[in-house]
Design a protein. Structure first.
Length: 109
């Protein structure tokens, strides 16, 4: 189970890095088109967007690790539990989608 948690944490950190890189590129393009650039405000937006995606990814990874372990145990006893186990495993992923949506809203404002 430790490998699953470590994998999810690495995945969350990768999402943070990708969101910061995406935000930096879009902020650089935005600075070139606007006359009044505010580098401190842009930097805080990028940090906020990275935190929104990263923390939601880490939280979902931790939650999904325990749910996945329980789902595999339930499926080992009764194969009919596959659908319920899959549904319960997918639910934490919606939290990451909401975090990504918030990050896009932060960057876009």
């Amino acid at each position: 189970m430790g490998k699953i948690v470590n994998t999810m944490l690495v995945f969350g950190i990768a999402l943070i890095a990708l969101s910061v890189i995406f935000g930096a590129v879009s902020a650089q393009e935005h600075e070139e088109t606007t006359e009044e650039a505010n580098p401190a405000g842009v930097g805080l937006k990028l940090i906020g967007a990275g935190l929104a995606v990263g923390l939601s990814g880490v939280g979902a990874g931790i939650g999904e690790a325990s749910i996945g372990a329980a789902a595999v145990g339930a499926m080992a006893e009764d194969p009919k539990m596959f659908g319920k186990g899959l549904l319960m495993t997918v639910i934490p992923e919606t939290i990451v989608i909401f975090g990504l949506l918030i990050a896009f809203m932060i960057i876009g404002s």
